[in-house]
Each structure stands twice: as C-alpha cells, then as structure tokens.
Design a binder for this molecule. Structure first.
Ligand code: ATP
Ligand code: MG
Length: 586
C-alpha cells in the first residue's frame, strides 16, 4: 500500500518566513544604486533582463554556459552568460537605432532557439514590453494578439513570416518593424522586413539598460484559453523578485544546476521559468527546439545530465503512456528535482516519478496572472501526492466564498471554495489588456480571486478541485472533475481522462468521462464496465460518471491543458468558442 506522504527530499533549504520582501531576497539582487550605475543601469532601477543576464555577464561566472541550444539532430550549441550579455546588448542597440521608444510592444514569434532569447531579453533591456507567441499559432491567433497588444516590432523567422504573417501584415497597422532571421542564402529579403543578423553584426557590444523601475511594464502574456478567449495579462519588471525567490525555493535551483524547463515561452511558464528565473539564478538552461517525443525527452534528461526538470502533467502522462520498457532503457543519475505545473497532477504521476525517474514529482500551482509560483510542494517539505502543496513563504492563500457584491468570507479547513491570494506581490499582473472591468472582477478587497476551486487540509496542504467553470453540480453534490479523473487514472489501461457535466432534468448535471487508453489496450464493453464499476466503488454512485466514452485522444491547449469546454460544447452541440490555442485542431 502506498503511503499518503513522501518525505522531503532536502533538509538544508533556508526558507525564510517571508522571502517576498525579506532582506535575503533584496541582498541577492544588486539593487544598490551605486552597484547599478557601475554596471550601467542608472538610477537604481530594476530591469528583468539586467537581473537575468548582465549580473552574471559581468561577474566571476561569466563563462558559465547560460543556454545549451539543442537542434533537431541532437547537435548542441552553447552560449555563455558573457556572450548572451553581448548579444542582447546588440539586440537592444539595434532597437535603439531603429528609433524604437521605451514601452513599445515587441512580439516574438520564434521556435525555441537563440533568436527567441535575444528578442525577449534584448527587448526588455531596451525597455520594450515583450510578448512571446507560440510559433505554432496560425495567422488568426497571431493577428488577434498583435492587434490587441498594438505590436510595433516583430521578431520572427523567414519561414514563419512567409507562412503566417505576410498575408495578415496589412491588418496590423501598428506593426512598424519586422526583424527576420533564417533567410535562405541568396534570397532577397521579403518587402518591408529587416535582416536581423545583419543588423546584429552592425550593432554595438555595449548598451546602457533602459531606466526601467519595478513598476515599468515588462511582459504581455496571453492566458492559455482553457476556459474561454485568452486574456492578455500585463506584468512589470518588479516580477524579478518573485522569479528569483520561487526559482530558488520552489524549483530548488542551485548555481551548478543543469536545468530544463520543457514549456514553450508562448506560455507564461516558458518565460518565467524557461528564461527569467533560471538565468537570474545563474544556472545552465537546456533549450530544445523539438516537440514532445518520449524517447527524445528521456535522452535529453539522460545525456544532458539534467539535474532539475520543470514540466507539465500532460508530458508526464505521455511518458507514462509510452511504457515502462522505454523508461527502463534510460538512467538519470544527475537528476535531483522534478516539478510540474499547469494542471492537477494525479497522485499516480507523482509515484511514477519516484519509480521511473528516481524522484517523486513536486506539483506546484500558479497562473499567468500570478506571474510566478504561489503554492508548491518544495524540496524542504514532505509531498502529499495529489496535492498542489502549501503556499510559499510570503504568499498568503485562503479558501473563500464571495458574493456578487464582492463580500468575502474566509472558509475553514476541508471546505471547498475559491482559491484566493492576498495582494500584492511583485509578479502580480497589473492589467488585462483592454478589459479593465474583467480585471476589476479578479479582486475583492485585499484578495485576488483565482477562479479555481480548492480545499485546504488540516496540515495546510491545498488540493485542487476544479476551475469554477468546470465544476459539476449533480443532485446537490459539487463534483470536481479532477477527483473523478484521478480515480479512473488508477487503472493501468487508462492514459488520460477528461470529465464534463451534462445537463440532466432530474439531477441538474450528470458526469460523463472521456477516456483515452494506453498502447496495448483496446476499448471493449468489458473495459467500459470495469472502469465505471471502479469509479462507483471508489467515489459512490452520486459522484461516479454515468456515461463513459473511449476516444483516441483528448483536446489540449498548446500549453498542454485539457480543454474540457470543447468536449462539452461538442457533446451538447454548442458553438465551440475560441480555439486559437487548441493543439492539433484536426
Ligand atoms: P484561461 O485563463 O485562458 O482559461 P488558463 O487558466 O489555463 O487559461 P494559465 O494561466 O496558463 O491559463 O493556467 C492557469 C490555470 O492552470 C490555473 O488557474 C489552474 O486552473 C491550472 N493549474 C495550474 N497549475 C495547476 C496545478 N498544479 N494543479 C491544478 N491546476 C493547475
Ligand atoms: Mg485562467
């Protein structure tokens, strides 16, 4: 029988009671005005890219590898902190030459490679507001986001430009400069574009970082679109504090780590924890350009000697689906810490990590809006498999009930309610672009309302119940899809499950489960009945699904989240809504 707790994996973490504004965190930043001016950041301001790159590029660890870029064929290219410092300076300098003003919006539409990092970090150095997009987006999602964000500069490759941007360019009146790379030899630049590498070669090595402050806008991130049309969340440079301390304590990053965040920067995880936090902590980041492939991912973990890995439940479930034989062919002696975010992580997946990777997986919770990790199973505490962990020191979380008029009641342990966080904290978003009223609705008094339902147990651990939009009400019961999905995931045949509520005249709603199976298992009436029987035994008839359908695969967002709203819309014959973030729309 498995226990309900996994003891902590480290005991030496100096978690101060309130690091978000502790002297410790401040000391870790070169915040003193004099220090800033010495290295070229006047006025004692704060700039994310300066903290991520220049602090190291000018210090004793400047030769440390900042980025190890992997290409499709398995070749790698290393970029030191010093080189990253010079190249991002050049990028910022070329923006200056173009006459780009501070605060202008720079969009990055790149596959995971050097130009993506130069665009994000060089843009931030110059004082631009940077918005990274998924390179897999089609023309329409690109256009909608660039119009909302009034993008005036775009960094992209020749291929992506030709396929996705050229035809929508006329509909983007604010777009002034397109910086292209990957131009085939001997080919002319498309009309109205600039050659990024030629301009970089022409730019200067030194650059004085823009005088941004903690309150200057820095990044524009679009939400995943799991529950509806994606919202554009605006962040500030002060988020550096949250990135730094959460990278250190929630991801347990140490200076000699080799770290891999497998999220794309088109999703906030890939920016906060794929670019900013790890660089601030001076680690080596693995950057892989390819999409998920079980064998390739195991190989990266093994051959690159990854010590800290940050990934997502979908990827873990796909590795589980790929089977034990593939896993057994690889060994991970360098791996020390594995964390997951984005969706609830089933207890089964936490245990799989312990068995296959040699380490249980540390779930943590946050959102595009929070800018950084808020609730986590850290290395310094025991893991409860299936729980998101506890609020990080300095984060005040609560389970609340609130009325339409914004009156708020704090609920006790074991009660289900909305997960709320006391504001402010450095990485808290400052606006939903163009949706002031929607932004206001996220707050009640001192509290930020997450839109997620959860409960807290008597040990202070938080358990995800569901998004308020996905929760099912059946015969007076409030059913969180995650609880039902986790129970079905216990059976060896099951690869993935999504559960929705279907309107029912008698019960309000009934539960329907969509199930995809692991390789080697075939759908059959017997398996169908076995799954429903197991769910009834574990959950009781009131909560267990009444209906179950086998499907080849389930719809996901590009950030790897189950799109339950799409299953529901299809089931009920309703409009499918915004599908701009849907992965593999076919
Ligand atoms: P949208 O807001 O457009 O519907 P989204 O909420 O999926 O999309 P993100 O900001 O990328 O956009 O995701 C944050 C959400 O992901 C959280 O509100 C929560 O529902 C879910 N989530 C993140 N981490 C966890 C976790 N560890 N456990 C459970 N759910 C999680
Ligand atoms: Mg959301």
């Amino acid at each position: 029988m498995r226990s309900t707790m996994i003891e902590k994996t480290a005991s030496d973490l100096p978690v101060s009671p309130n690091w978000l504004d502790s002297a410790q965190a401040r000391a870790a930043f070169s915040w003193a005005a004099e220090a800033r001016e010495l290295v070229g950041l006047p006025g004692g301001g704060l700039n994310l890219a300066f903290e991520a790159v220049d602090r190291h590029a000018q210090g004793p660890r400047q030769d440390r590898i900042a980025l190890r870029l992997l290409d499709r064929d398995g070749h790698s290219r290393d970029i030191s902190y010093r080189a990253l410092g010079l190249q991002t300076n050049r990028f910022a300098h070329l923006l200056q030459r173009l006459g780009v003003a501070s605060g202008e919006r720079l969009f990055v539409l790149c596959e995971r490679g050097l130009e993506l990092y130069l665009g994000v970090l060089g843009g931030l150095k110059h004082g631009c507001v940077v918005s990274p997009l998924f390179s897999a987006f089609g023309p329409e999602p690109i256009a909608t986001r660039m119009r909302l964000g009034e993008g005036s500069i775009l960094v992209t490759s020749e291929v992506l430009y030709r396929r996705k941007v050229a035809d929508i360019r006329a509909s983007l009146p604010s777009l002034k400069h397109v910086l292209l790379f990957g131009i085939p030899e001997g080919e002319a630049l498309p009309d109205g574009t600039l050659d990024l590498h030629a301009m970089l070669a022409d730019a200067e090595d030194s650059f004085t970082v823009a005088p941004t402050t903690a309150e200057s806008p820095s990044l524009l991130h679009f939400t995943s679109g799991t529950t509806g049309t994606p919202k554009g969340a605006l962040h500030v440079h002060g988020a550096a504090v949250t990135h730094y301390v959460t990278g250190k304590y929630a991801l347990d990053l140490h200076p000699d780590d080799i770290y891999w965040c497998s999220a794309d920067p088109g999703w906030v995880t890939g920016t906060s924890y794929g670019i900013l936090a790890p660089l601030m902590l001076g680690v080596t980041c693995i950057v892989d350009c390819a999409e998920f492939d079980a064998e390739r991912w195991y190989r990266i973990l093994e051959q690159q000697r990854v010590s800290v890995w940050y990934t997502a439940p979908t990827a873990i479930r796909l590795l589980m689906k790929a089977g034990a034989a593939l896993a057994a062919a690889h060994h991970f002696p360098a791996l020390r810490f594995v964390a997951s975010v984005g969706e609830p992580l089933n207890a089964e997946a936490v245990w799989w990590g312990k068995e296959v990777l040699g380490h249980p997986i540390h779930d943590n919770w946050w959102q595009t809006e929070t800018g950084g990790i808020m609730i986590a199973n850290t290395a310094a505490m025991a893991i409860k498999p299936g729980s998101m962990g506890k609020p990080l020191p300095g984060v005040e979380a609560a389970i609340v009930d609130h009325s339409e008029e914004g009156r708020l009641t704090l609920l006790g342990n074991e009660q289900v309610g909305e997960l709320a966080l006391r504001k402010p904290w450095p990485a808290l978003f400052r606006a939903y672009l163009g949706q002031a009223e929607r932004y206001q609705r996220c707050f009640a008094g001192d509290w930020y309302l997450s839109g997620d339902l959860a409960r807290r147990d008597s040990d202070g651990y938080y358990w995800f119940v569901g998004r308020s939009d996905d929760v099912i009400k059946s015969a007076g019961h409030l059913i969180g899809p995650f609880e039902v999905e986790s129970v079905l995931m216990e059976l060896p045949a099951v690869a993935e499950v999504a559960v929705i509520g279907k309107p029912d005249p008698l019960l309000g709603e009934t539960v329907k489960a969509f199930v995809s199976l692991k390789g080697g298992y075939a759908a059959s009436p017997a398996l169908h009945d076995e799954l429903l029987g197991h769910a009834r035994k574990r959950l009781g008839a009131a909560v267990a699904p009444k209906e179950l359908e086998f499907v080849a695969s389930l719809p996901h967002t590009r950030s790897g989240k189950l799109m339950r709203r799409l299953l529901k819309a299809r089931e009920l014959g309703l409009p499918e809504g915004d599908l701009s973030t849907l992965e593999n729309p076919s």
